[in-house]
Every structure is written in structure tokens, then in C-alpha cells.
Ligand binder design. Structure first.
Ligand code: C5P
Length: 299
């Protein structure tokens, strides 16, 4: 008996960042959109908690208890007085470089898979509270679609999306540490009045109407200057994609993955080819949004 859950990657179409809070986190207005790149997480009974991973980036995935999938199994088991004796296999297709919430996705997927395997029938609210404990982006991986995250990004309000958006994601060599990017944001904004983060009405409207050019005009990531400061070469990647016809380009989350919104699927294909040919990225992936959150696909 095993349970498999499919879970999407995300892009942040708006990431408005406030100043650092006493707990070290930053208040956010974080508009998430789920995109059609997926990991599949399979859990099956075992004598102890073990993890394996397959896929081209598998070598970069930690297979110890720091993996959010392992932590999800442990947290859920602890809440129910169980022992987390499962084997977790992650079939990884979400780029590992960072900025697409691949680790968070695996946490949400493992949580739903274990809940199903152990027949716990947790409510959505119970699962979301464990997701929030695992990390700021994990609740969105469970919910999918489109949502505004407030607080440290974990308090979600689902959003309406009126059409399909097409994207290219350029995967950089190596990662960027999320705490380091937030630290650089603090350094760059030191002494400045950082406004309270708020969702942009123009952006929410563009999502609602499904209008790609309007969304392109409203894309915003307050972490982008920090990511570019730590990794200046990302500016060339962004420029290459816009020169190749993308409607807009931005760093995805804390990077170093960069995201390019295109007018249609065909344009996404040509932007991806130009990015790859330029040598400014390791890989270029085409995807569309929105798509559903973590779902059981096999049991
Ligand atoms: O919540 P998560 O574990 O994904 O956060 C990773 C790190 O990113 C935090 O330790 C913190 O440094 C930074 N972060 C932040 N404000 C947020 C979310 C994350 O400063 N809202």
C-alpha cells in the first residue's frame, strides 16, 4: 500500500516585503500563483523514516531529516501519537535552484500523503496549520491556484484567476539562501521608511481578468534588488528574456530562478530557446498557470 501526491511549483507575481519583525521574519503581501511543474511524492509503510529522490536534480536534494517532507511526516505523526515509519520517495521535476518552492511543495505533498496513508482524515485547517509550522510557503503548496499570503506569507486568501498565463523559468547554476536574500533586503533598506506591504489592486485585477499584458505591467518583487545584489549575473538573464519577447521578467521569490511572462505558449517556447542559447541559465522550463495544489493521484 502506498499513496502518491502530485504538487505544483509556484511563482510570486507580487512579493511586497515590509521591515523585519521582532521574530526575524518580514511581513509580506505575497501573491502566489501555482505553475504546471510538479513533484510527485509517494509514501509507503517502512520500518523507519527514510527518503529517496529521483530526477535530474536529485543529487541536490537533502535526504535527511532537514528535508521538509521528512519534517512533515514527523510533525503529523507527533500530533497523533504515531511513529513516522514511512519511506518517502520524491520524483523531482521542480527545479531545485530556488525561488519556486520545490522544498515547500514536497513538505505539503508528504503531509497530505501521510494523512491519507494513515487514514487520519485531518481537516484542511489542521493540515494548513502544520504547513504553516513547516514554512511560510508550505500552505500555498497545499492550496494551489492563486492566493494572497499575508503575515509571513502563511495566511492565505484564495484569489480568482480569469485565464491561463504562460511562463518560462530560467534555472540558474547554484542556489541563493533565502535568509541571505532577506538579510540583503534589510541591508539595502536600512535607514529607509519601508512601507507596510499591500497587494496591488492593478495586479489583482489583472489576475481576475486573465489579461497577460496587464499582469506583466503589475509584476513586482521587492526581493529582486537584494537577489541581484547577491547575484549580479541574473540581470543578464532577465535582459535576455525580455529581448527575446517576454512581456515581463522578474526574479522568482528569493531567486535565483527568474520568471518570464509571455503572451502565449508559442512565445514561451521561443523565449525558452533564446534563454538556453544565451548561456545565461542552466535550464529553461516552460509552464502555465494557475493549476491545482497538492492532490492524491494514486493510492
Ligand atoms: O518560513 P521559511 O522557513 O520558508 O523561511 C526561511 C527564511 O526566510 C526565514 O528564516 C527568514 O530568514 C526568511 N523569511 C523572512 N520573512 C518571511 C519569510 C521568510 O524573513 N516572511
Amino acid at each position: 500500500m502506498s499513496v502518491t501526491v502530485r504538487v505544483p511549483a509556484k511563482v510570486n507575481v507580487q512579493l511586497a516585503v515590509g521591515s523585519a519583525r521582532p521574530d526575524g521574519f518580514h511581513d509580506l503581501a505575497n501573491v502566489f500563483l501555482a505553475v504546471s511543474l510538479y513533484d510527485e511524492v509517494t509514501v509507503s509503510p517502512a520500518s523507519s523514516l527514510t527518503i529517496t529522490c529521483s530526477g535530474p536534480d536529485a543529487g541536490q536534494v537533502p535526504l535527511d531529516r532537514t528535508n521538509l517532507a521528512a519534517r512533515a511526516a514527523e510533525l503529523l505523526a507527533a500530533r497523533h501519537g504515531l511513529s513516522p515509519d514511512v519511506h518517502i520517495h520524491i520524483a523531482k521535476d521542480i527545479p531545485v535552484a530556488g525561488g519556486m518552492a520545490g522544498g515547500s511543495a514536497d513538505g505539503a505533498a508528504a503531509l497530505l500523503a501521510c494523512d491519507t496513508l494513515w487514514g487520519l482524515g485531518s481537516t484542511r485547517a489542521e493540515l494548513l496549520s502544520i504547513c504553516a509550522e513547516l514554512g511560510s510557503d508550505v500552505p500555498f503548496s497545499l492550496v494551489g491556484g492563486a492566493a494572497l499570503g499575508t503575515g509571513r506569507g502563511e495566511r492565505l486568501t484564495e484569489l480568482e484567476v480569469g485565464g491561463e498565463f504562460h511562463w518560462v523559468f530560467a534555472v540558474a547554476d547554484g542556489g541563493l539562501s533565502t535568509p541571505a536574500v532577506y538579510g540583503e533586503f534589510d541591508r539595502l533598506t536600512e535607514g529607509l521608511a519601508v512601507p507596510a506591504p499591500a497587494a496591488s489592486p492593478a495586479l489583482l485585477d489583472a489576475l481576475r481578468t486573465g489579461d497577460a499584458p496587464s499582469l506583466a505591467g503589475a509584476l513586482a518583487n521587492d526581493l529582486q534588488p537584494a537577489a541581484l545584489s547577491l547575484r549580479p549575473s541574473l540581470a543578464d538573464t532577465l535582459q535576455t528574456g525580455t529581448s527575446a519577447g517576454a512581456l515581463a521578467a522578474l526574479v522568482s521569490g528569493s531567486g535565483p530562478t527568474t520568471a518570464f511572462l509571455t503572451k502565449d505558449e508559442e512565445s514561451a517556447g521561443s523565449v525558452a530557446a533564446a534563454l538556453l542559447a544565451s548561456g545565461t541559465c542552466r535550464e529553461a522550463r516552460v509552464a502555465s498557470s494557475p493549476t491545482v495544489g497538492a492532490r492524491v493521484v494514486g493510492a
